[in-house]
Design a protein around this ligand. Structure first.
Ligand code: G3P
Length: 218
């Protein structure tokens, strides 16, 4: 399973990249706004900065919701760097845009996926990735992880090449559960990735090893 980081924050991207486990980055308009990035030039600049840090795929989302606008933006974004993936919302014109960009050889990530049907039609249109939003489904008292399982079953059965990119990850358990459910990629906040490292018995064990070493070498 691949690990992406879900942020537009350069320090966090560098920190995850320095761990040697980072395969890519996803962003969205909310994450760009959180970093205080506004205006087209600043947005394009930030995507370029991210692509300069990470070799893997970097999702950059379109703002347009009409076909022509999405194609124009998508082509412009794809010209920033070869590892840019154009992130397109799950709407009717979005599906049309994914088909069009796929035919032009441009990678796409269909975002805001909340059902197996949405994932199926995005895959049929040729999306490189589909992004089911686990945490936001859990927030509505439904089971986000069962959606990953359902999509994984359909894609395997129907032999789709589209990768399942589990998004809206909120904690380390989500990452482990997404791995078990068949996600190809998880995109996570840095804290959720770092949460994977934590166990109290590891801390207690290390403290004891170091104390015993110090005693023996006093
Ligand atoms: O990038 C899309 C997704 O990961 C957003 O997550 O936490 O805003 O639901 P969240």
């Amino acid at each position: 399973m691949m690990f992406f980081i879900d942020t537009a924050n350069l320090d966090q991207i560098k920190e995850a990249n320095d761990l040697g486990i980072l395969d890519g980055v996803t962003t969205n308009p909310s994450l760009m706004a959180k970093e205080g990035i506004s205006g087209k030039n600043n947005q394009l600049k930030r995507y370029k900065e991210i692509c300069d840090i990470v070799d893997g795929d970097v999702s950059a989302e379109v703002i347009s919701t009409d076909f022509e606008g999405m194609i124009k933006e998508g082509i412009e974004l794809s010209e920033i760097a070869p590892n840019i993936v154009v992130k397109i919302p799950m709407i009717k014109d979005g599906i049309k845009a994914i088909s069009h960009l796929t035919a032009k050889g441009i990678s796409t990530n269909c975002t805001l996926i909340f059902s197996a049907g949405q994932a199926l039609i995005a895959a049929k249109a040729g999306a490189t990735y589909v992004s089911p939003f686990i945490g936001r489904i859990d927030d509505t008292n439904w089971d986000g992880m069962s959606l990953i399982e359902e999509i994984a079953e359909i894609f395997a059965m129907q032999d789709f090449d589209t990768d399942i990119l589990a998004a809206s990850i909120r904690n380390a358990k989500h990452i482990v559960d997404a791995a078990k459910a068949g996600a190809d990629i998880v995109t996570c906040p840095l804290n959720s990735i770092l949460g994977l490292l934590k166990h109290p018995l590891t801390d207690i064990g290390l403290e004891k090893f170091l104390a015993d070493h110090a005693k023996a070498n006093a």
